[in-house]
Write a protein that binds this ligand. Structure first.
Ligand SMILES: Cc1ncc(COP(=O)(O)O)c(C=O)c1O
Length: 378
C-alpha cells in the first residue's frame, strides 16, 4: 500500500479515525453543511434517504434509524412484545449492550457459551438453555463474522423464538450468500464511530423483513407518536439524527471497499503470525468476515500487550470480562466456571490494530514485534 519508510516510533492506534476522515473530508463537510443550511435536524430527508439506502445495502425491505446499537436491540425486543417474565438467550462473550437491552425491556438474560474456534454462539448451548419462558434469542456476529445461523434458526423455529441478530460489528457480512440483517426476524446495527460503518457520534438501526415490526419501531423511537400530538405507545427519544444520517450516507458509499481492505489486512496478519503462539481468527467457508476487529488468542496476553505498548502499538481486548461476570449482571449469572469457553477466551483475547487505512508497513511492524516477542520470551 504505502511506499514511504516505516516510522517505528509513531504511535499505532487500534483504530485511526483521523486517517479515514482525511479520505472523505470534503464529502462529509459538504453533507453536514447541507444539513445546517436546511436546519431540518430531526427526522428529515437524510434519515429517510439513509434508511432506504441502508436497507438496500442489507438487501432487506426495511431499516429504521435509531439512536444507537443498544437502542436498536431494545426497540426490536420491545416491538416484538418481549418483556417481564420472558427469558432471552444470548452470549456472554460480547459487549455488555445485549444484556442491557434485555434487562431494559424487563426480560431476563440467559447466557450460553460460544464455540471455541469462531467465538460465536454454540447452537447446542442454545438448545440446552431453552425453557418454557424463553421468547427470544440474540446471536452476536462477533468481530464481524456471522454466527451459525442455520442451526440457530432451526432451533428457534422449533420453539417459536424471536431471532434478533446483533449485527453491530458486522455491517456487510454475508452468511451463505445473504447479508446479515436479513437472516433473523430483525437485526440491530451500531454506528458507533469505530464501527465498520461509523457515524460522527452515536447512531444505530434496526433492519427487518417485517413491515409491522418496522412500523412499531418507527413509532417507539419517536415517543410512540403516529402523528404530532398523538401518542399510541410509551416510546422515547430514540431517533437517528440528520447530521449523523448525512455522514452515514457518505460513508455507506465506501463501506464495501473499506471491508475489502479490512479482510486483506486481516489475511496479512494471519499469514504473518502463522507458526507463532498466537491463534489467529478461524474462518468458515460459508460466510464472510468483515473484520470489525482482528481478535487473536494470545497465551501470554498481558505480557504481549505490555510488550507491544512499549513499542508504541496499541491493542484492545474484546472482551476481558464476560457479561456473566460483570457486577451489574450478578442477578442473572451462574457465576465463574459456568461458561468455560467464554471464560478461557476472555483471558487470552487480544485485538490488534485494524482499520481500512492501515498500511502494509504498519501491519508488518505489528507482525515483527509479535514474532520477536514469541521468539525472545518463549
Ligand atoms: C456486539 C455489540 N452489540 C451492541 C453494541 C452497542 O452499540 P452502541 O454502542 O451503538 O449502543 C456494540 C457496540 O458498541 C457491539 O459491539
Amino acid at each position: 500500500m504505502t511506499t514511504s519508510a516505516p516510522d517505528r516510533t509513531a504511535l499505532l492506534p487500534l483504530v485511526d479515525l483521523r486517517a479515514q476522515y482525511a479520505t472523505i473530508q470534503a464529502e462529509v463537510q459538504a453533507a453536514i453543511a447541507q444539513v445546517l443550511d436546511g436546519m431540518q435536524l430531526i427526522l428529515g430527508p437524510n434519515v429517510q434517504a439513509f434508511e432506504a439506502e441502508f436497507a438496500a445495502y442489507c438487501e432487506a425491505p426495511y431499516a429504521v434509524g435509531v439512536g444507537s446499537g443498544t437502542e436498536a436491540l431494545a426497540l426490536a425486543l420491545r416491538a416484538a412484545g418481549i418483556g417481564p417474565g420472558d427469558e432471552v438467550i444470548t452470549v456472554a462473550h460480547t459487549f455488555f449492550a445485549d444484556c442491557e437491552a434485555i434487562v431494559q425491556v424487563g426480560a431476563e438474560p440467559v447466557f450460553v457459551d460460544v464455540l471455541p474456534d469462531t467465538h460465536t454462539m454454540d447452537p447446542d448451548g442454545l438448545a440446552a438453555a431453552i425453557t418454557p419462558r424463553t421468547r427470544a434469542v440474540i446471536p452476536v456476529h462477533l468481530y464481524g463474522q456471522p454466527a451459525d445461523m442455520e442451526e440457530i434458526l432451526a432451533i428457534a423455529r422449533r420453539h417459536g423464538l424471536f431471532v434478533l441478530e446483533d449485527a453491530c460489528q458486522a455491517h456487510g457480512a454475508r452468511y451463505r450468500g445473504r447479508r446479515v440483517g436479513t437472516l433473523g426476524h430483525a437485526a440491530a446495527f451500531s454506528f458507533y464511530p469505530g464501527k465498520n460503518l461509523g457515524a460522527y457520534g452515536d447512531g444505530g438501526a434496526v433492519v427487518t423483513n417485517d413491515a409491522t415490526l418496522a412500523e412499531r419501531i418507527r413509532r417507539l423511537r419517536d415517543h410512540g407518536a403516529v402523528r404530532k400530538y398523538e401518542h399510541y405507545d410509551i416510546g422515547s427519544t430514540g431517533r437517528l439524527d440528520e447530521i449523523q444520517a448525512a455522514v452515514l450516507r457518505v460513508k455507506l458509499r465506501h463501506l464495501d471497499a473499506w471491508n475489502a481492505r479490512r479482510a486483506e489486512a486481516a489475511a496479512a496478519y494471519s499469514e504473518g503470525l502463522a507458526g507463532t503462539e498466537i491463534a489467529t481468527p478461524a474462518l468458515r467457508a460459508d460466510r464472510t468476515h468483515v473484520f470489525h476487529l482482528y481478535a487473536v488468542q494470545a497465551p501470554r496476553r498481558d505480557a504481549l500487550r505490555a510488550y507491544l505498548a512499549e513499542r508504541g502499538i496499541a491493542t484492545g481486548m474484546h472482551y476481558p470480562i464476560p457479561c456473566h461476570l460483570q457486577p451489574a449482571a450478578r442477578e442473572w449469572s451462574a457465576g465463574p466456571g459456568s461458561l468455560p469457553v467464554t471464560e478461557r477466551l476472555a483471558a487470552h483475547t487480544l485485538s490488534l490494530p485494524l482499520f481500512p487505512e492501515i498500511t502494509d508497513l504498519q501491519i508488518a511492524r505489528v507482525v515483527e514485534a509479535i514474532r520477536a516477542f514469541s521468539e525472545r520470551e518463549a
